[in-house]
Design a protein around this ligand. Structure first.
Ligand SMILES: *Cc1c(COP(=O)(O)O)cnc(C)c1O
Length: 225
């Protein structure tokens, strides 16, 4: 079944629908075999997203070096050290403790690790993320000392629902939060430019609310089993 999915065609269709070169499309390839990723790679696409370290590492080793790997899942602190040498962007920084560990591992290898702070915007308790107060605390009181991370923006996941107005209000809230943090661009390790929101079922609503980074899996690769 999976073999028949035209991943390159799906990607092309999606890119033409988005029709905006300023929007980064992250092809979420979790659970998909490297052959499928290569079909997307061969179209010239370079941004791929994975949510598990144990899946990302073997893929990174066997695939071309110029792939930009986005880490989008909940990241355990003891696994940070494995991905910092090559990761392009960590979208899912959901605690200060995790941010400090990323900073520590970045320092060890003398790198500044690009990160997004994940904000909890959904109704569901199950989703990870920082609340507004925690995010403001990080910018106000901690980033000055965390010189081996670079904060490039925010990420959020809306409630999984058919209720479009709920999704809309959650994305709109995240965009307002994003804009309200712009003053912190004066910090040396802050450059707020990415708003990562929107997946297969809600990317259109995300774009309407100012997203410039989409994380799309099943629309490109087909449903995951
Ligand atoms: C799986 C996943 C996606 C992509 O989901 P689709 O519905 O397949 O597009 C996006 N973001 C995160 C954090 C994910 O875990």
């Amino acid at each position: 079944m999976d073999q028949k999915i035209d991943v390159a065609g799906n990607l092309k269709k999606l890119i033409s629908e988005i029709n905006n070169k300023d929007v980064t499309l992250v092809a979420v390839s979790k659970t998909k075999p490297v052959e499928r990723l290569m079909e997307v790679y061969d179209t010239g696409h370079r941004d791929f997203g994975e949510n598990k370290v144990q899946e990302l590492l073997p893929k990174q080793e066997s695939l071309p070096e110029d792939i930009k790997w986005h880490f989008i899942g909940h990241l355990q602190r003891n696994k940070v050290k494995y991905i910092v040498p090559f990761v392009h962007l960590i979208h899912s920084v959901d605690s200060l403790k995790l941010l400090k560990e990323i900073n520590k591992q970045g320092r060890k290898i003398n790198k500044e690790i690009p990160c997004l702070l994940q904000m909890h915007i959904a109704r569901e308790e199950t989703k990870f993320g920082l609340d507004e107060e925690e995010i403001r605390d990080i910018f106000e009181n901690h980033l000055k000392d965390l010189t081996n991370v670079k904060i490039l923006g925010l990420m959020g996941m809306a409630t999984f629902t058919d209720n479009k107005s709920l999704i809309n209000s959650e994305f709109s809230f995240l965009k307002t939060m994003f804009d309200s943090l712009k003053a912190y661009n004066s910090l040396q390790n802050v450059e707020l430019k990415y708003l990562s929101m929107g997946m297969s079922n809600d990317y259109k609503i995300a774009l309407e609310n100012g997203s410039n980074m989409l994380r799309v899996g099943s629309t490109i690769f087909g449903e995951r089993s």
